[in-house]
Design a protein around this ligand. Structure first.
Ligand code: 3NM
Length: 220
């Protein structure tokens, strides 16, 4: 049986985190990014209600039917539990990943943001998750309340100390111009908001980023 870690690893890559708030346009943006090669998507909407997030997730799942895209929702266990196939992404101040795992089961993806290396002492969390995110790699205007950025050196350290089978994603300040460096530092994927959501042509932006990341992974 293929594990969710392996599924996520094979879908990384480029990981789209949606810009807030989510609307019907978000669904079209996700479809454009997926047409451009994105295979991991996080619905992130801290503004609207759980009911809104559930409606959005249902639409997205319907539109993605038959694809192998990994879909997670940011920090809303009730929304994830309400829509089959949807996993969750949590941060260190959100619910514990092991609680999410016990509610959602083994077949959906659970991701965890790491803000500092001390979090790696939490064996239960590491055992519960399918990927971790170095959060943030660089400062970003998209989210100003982030922790101290890891930088490329921090991403390397994180990769060295993580269990080998756990995929690592970088997030924060990543675009076409620097994605290769994040992959070169040991990340399996790059998570982006503005590089795709703020692009004039999100499909093209996704395609270019996917090509850059794929090429960087081949070259290491
Ligand atoms: N989380 P952009 S940084 C949603 O550090 C998010 O946890 C972050 O946006 C974290 O790709 C971030 O536009 C925003 O820099 C990333």
């Amino acid at each position: 049986m293929i594990t969710t870690h392996e599924q996520v690893r094979s879908n990384l890559g480029v990981y789209l985190v949606t810009a807030e708030p989510s609307t019907d346009r978000t669904v079209e943006l996700i479809m454009a990014a997926v047409a451009g090669g994105v295979r991991v998507v996080q619905l992130r909407d801290k503004i609207n209600s759980t009911d809104h997030r559930i409606r959005m997730l249902r639409q997205i799942v319907h539109r993605l039917a038959g694809s192998a895209v990994t879909l997670v929702v940011n920090d809303d266990l009730d929304a994830a539990a309400a829509v089959p196939g949807v996993g969750i992404h949590v941060g260190p101040d959100d619910l514990h990943p092991a609680v999410a795992r016990s509610r959602l089961g083994v077949d959906v993806c659970i991701g965890w943001s790491i803000h500092d290396l001390d979090q790696l002492r939490d064996d239960q969390a590491l055992a519960a998750v399918d990927y971790v995110a170095a959060s943030p790699v660089w400062p970003t205007p998209t989210k100003i309340d982030t922790s101290t950025p890891f930088g490329l050196q921090g991403v390397r350290r994180l990769r060295d100390r993580l269990p080998a089978e756990l995929p690592l994603v970088g997030i924060g300040g990543i675009d076409l111009g620097n994605a290769a460096e994040v992959i070169g530092a040991g990340a399996d994927g790059v998570a982006v908001v503005s590089a795709i959501c703020a692009a004039d042509d999100p499909r093209r932006a996704a395609q270019d980023l996917v090509a850059e990341v794929d090429q960087s992974k081949e070259g290491r």
